[in-house]
Design a protein around this ligand. Structure first.
Ligand code: NAI
Ligand code: A1CAB
Length: 271
């Protein structure tokens, strides 16, 4: 399968809110024709209506891929829309947090190829990362198809076990929110030190974006990159002594935050 096969047979998107539209923006920017995408969503956004995709119209009989991007709590109402699809080699991909492959197998049948995926919103600018795992029916070709579609909006990693999905959700699925909060709080801290709000925000955004890009591009690991910023007895050391505090510093806080997200993912999958 390549992107032209997906374009020829059609892609169905069930739910096009924040995550669905982030991915759709990335696919359209990557050249997927809008006319090959059918969206089902009772509340299509203005942005979606301007893209030229087919919205709430009859679906192709056997689309290449159906991607499910509704909230876990909406799944019961949304999935019956899809029961008539499949059978013709359609691959189902779900990005729903905390919704197990078994849940989809109950509704769509265990003989249906299903890939569970956890993307993140930087997909909108094709800088996302998505973790995937297939059910027993999903073939190597199905996993390659899922990887092809999702790699159009960023990196793709394959998991060994579905149980890893809860922690992945806690790290990279929810992770952009932690980084956005870091930007907000870094800018607010700059303001507290007397900088104008706009300047503080520009400094914070560029610092996070630049450090992220350097962390990805550099040969050194992030620990060494941190050391490179830290002059002995200088300003960074003064800050890191606060941030790396064993009691209430970053390590403790992030461990608790990622743990809370992971546990919530586990809770959602228990229903
Ligand atoms: N927002 C994020 O950063 C991420 C979200 N996810 C997962 O993506 C899924 C969607 O999350 P968001 O996009 O954030 O939520 P959202 O609330 O922005 O989008 C959900 C969309 O589903 C639509 N919808 C509601 N009932 C429907 C139905 N019966 N049929 C079809 N569409 C229906 C809504 O109108 C809405 O546009 C969730 O399962 C979430 O766990 C996964 C990774 C990251
Ligand atoms: O907050 C959530 O439940 C979803 C899953 C990962 C990011 N957003």
């Amino acid at each position: 399968m390549d992107m032209s096969d997906i374009a020829a047979r059609g892609l169905v998107l069930l739910g096009c809110g924040k995550m669905g539209s982030a991915m759709l923006a990335g696919w359209l920017e990557g050249g997927l024709p809008a006319s090959s995408v059918s969206v089902i969503d009772p509340y299509p956004s203005d942005w979606l209506q301007d893209t030229g995709v087919l919205i709430n119209q009859s679906l192709p009989a056997s689309p290449a891929i159906v991607l499910i991007a509704v909230k876990p709590q909406m799944m019961g109402a949304a999935l019956p829309n899809l029961q008539l699809l499949g059978g013709g080699g359609t691959l189902f991909i779900s990005v729903a947090a905390g919704t197990s492959i078994a849940t989809f197998e109950d509704i769509l049948g265990a003989g249906t190829p299903i890939v569970r995926a956890m993307p993140n919103t930087p997909a909108a600018i094709r800088r996302g990362i998505t973790a995937i795992i297939g059910n027993d029916t999903a073939s190597a070709i199905d996993l390659d198809g899922a990887e092809l579609l999702l790699s159009a909006v960023g990196q793709v990693v394959r998991l060994d076990s579905e149980t890893q999905m809860d922690a992945v959700t806690g790290v990279s699925g929810s992770g952009p929110a932690y980084v956005f909060h870091l930007i907000e709080t870094l800018a607010a801290a700059g303001e507290a030190q007397g900088l104008p709000a706009e300047l503080a925000m520009q400094l914070a955004k560029a610092t996070v974006a630049g450090a992220g890009a350097l962390a990805e591009a550099a040969e050194e690991n992030p620990s060494q990159l941190r050391v490179n910023v830290t002059s002995p007895n200088g300003t960074t050391q003064a800050a890191l002594e606060v941030l790396m505090d064993e009691g209430d510093g970053f390590p403790t806080l992030l461990n608790r935050a990622v743990g809370a997200a992971t546990n919530r993912s586990k809770e959602l999958s228990r229903g």
